[in-house]
Design a binder for this molecule. Structure first.
Ligand code: SF4
Length: 337
């Protein structure tokens, strides 16, 4: 049985509506989320902008404080430990950001970028050991020979190389869990597959990965499990194959319907959701998806569905009609980046 790295239970993150000159309602950006990640597993969190994906991982990393809920990392509860105690935890959990053009300091060489976390977290590490770790991390991400890259500045690197440096800078701390926030969305299509393959190989070496993406085709290609988020909640979760080929929530079906097909002649009927996502500070009654749901019934206005099991093992959906509505297509071949 795989080792459990992360277990999040009933996590709630609230942003205050209090401003300098006005007082608005508080926003529950993350509203009772539970998830797990095992060693060697990729969990993709999918959803549109503003659904709470980034708030979820920022809360897990303790960059934002949770209002309630539990975050257990490698068997230790970290939801409320003081800041000082978080230093050790942060070595084990590292973040890769979306934009490698922003995440690397333009004044730092590759070596400067990579040595900084070691100087902060591993002050007593001998210099030779530090340099060996940096070279190993660069070789691991495919920047070889490492010496050829150490003195380069970000502007001397391509977009793919910059993202590889960002991943190497995360790896140099020896993490067990990587959190990748849209790791390929800013990259040219030609280099995306290389970065995804690199993350997959790291996963094969036992790292757990949480990947945030708005792109279901990336999740389908790369993830073991997919969690689909809508307005602060997970509305569908399961093995990637089950979620892609047998989607149970209308929102997942809508996302899938606009993913390009492998066959250029294949015709699919896109499900166009009407209206904007509701304001998170003024959630609709009942199912929070009902104002945009193409199959909503009267009960949806008053029943707030829980994330319950449907059909296959471990496949969950928060919809009162889940398991009753046939999926529009059982043979989806999703184009991968
Ligand atoms: Fe749509 Fe109703 Fe299911 Fe919500 S509960 S997703 S509104 S059918």
């Amino acid at each position: 049985m795989a080792e459990r790295l992360l277990e999040v239970t009933d996590l709630v993150t609230t942003y205050s509506g209090r401003g300098l000159f006005q007082r608005g309602p508080d926003v529950r950006a993350v509203d009772g989320i539970s998830l797990t990640v095992d060693a060697g597993e990729v969990l993709a969190i999918v959803g549109e902008s503003g659904c709470g994906k980034t708030s979820t991982v920022q809360t897990v990393l303790r960059m934002v404080d949770s209002a309630s809920g539990s975050i257990v990392f490698e068997g230790e509860e970290i939801a409320h430990v003081p800041e000082r105690a978080l230093r050790t935890m942060r070595r084990g959990m590292q973040m890769i950001y979306q934009d490698p053009y922003e995440s690397l300091d333009p004044r730092f060489t590759v070596h400067d970028t990579m040595v900084e976390p070691l100087l902060v977290h591993e002050r007593r590490m001998p210099c030779g050991e530090r340099e060996r770790r940096i070279a190993d991390a660069l070789e691991t991400v495919g920047l070889s020979p490492a010496e050829a890259f150490l003195d380069r500045y970000p502007h001397e690197l391509s977009g793919g190389q910059r993202q590889r440096v960002a991943i190497a800078a995360a790896l140099v701390m020896g993490p067990r869990l990587l959190i990748a926030d849209e790791p390929v969305s800013m990259l040219d299509v030609s280099v995306r597959a290389g970065i995804l393959d690199l993350l997959a190989s790291l996963c094969g070496q036992g790292l757990g990965i949480v990947m945030i993406t708005h792109d279901l085709s990336t999740a389908a290609r790369f993830a073991d499990r997919i969690a689909v988020m809508y307005l602060g909640r997970i509305v569908e979760e399961g093995a990637a194959h089950d979620v892609i080929h047998d989607p149970q929530h209308p929102y997942t079906r809508a996302l899938l319907s606009v993913v390009p097909q492998r066959d250029p002649l294949a015709r699919t009927q896109p499900v166009v959701l009407t209206g904007e996502a509701p304001n998170a500070a003024e959630l609709p009654s009942g199912c929070r998806f009902h104002p945009r749901c193409p199959i909503a019934i009267e009960d949806c206005r008053r029943i707030d569905p829980a994330l319950d099991p449907v059909r296959s093992d471990g496949h969950l959906a928060a919809c009162i009609l889940a398991g009753q509505e046939p999926a529009p297509s059982s043979d989806r071949s999703v184009r991968v980046p």
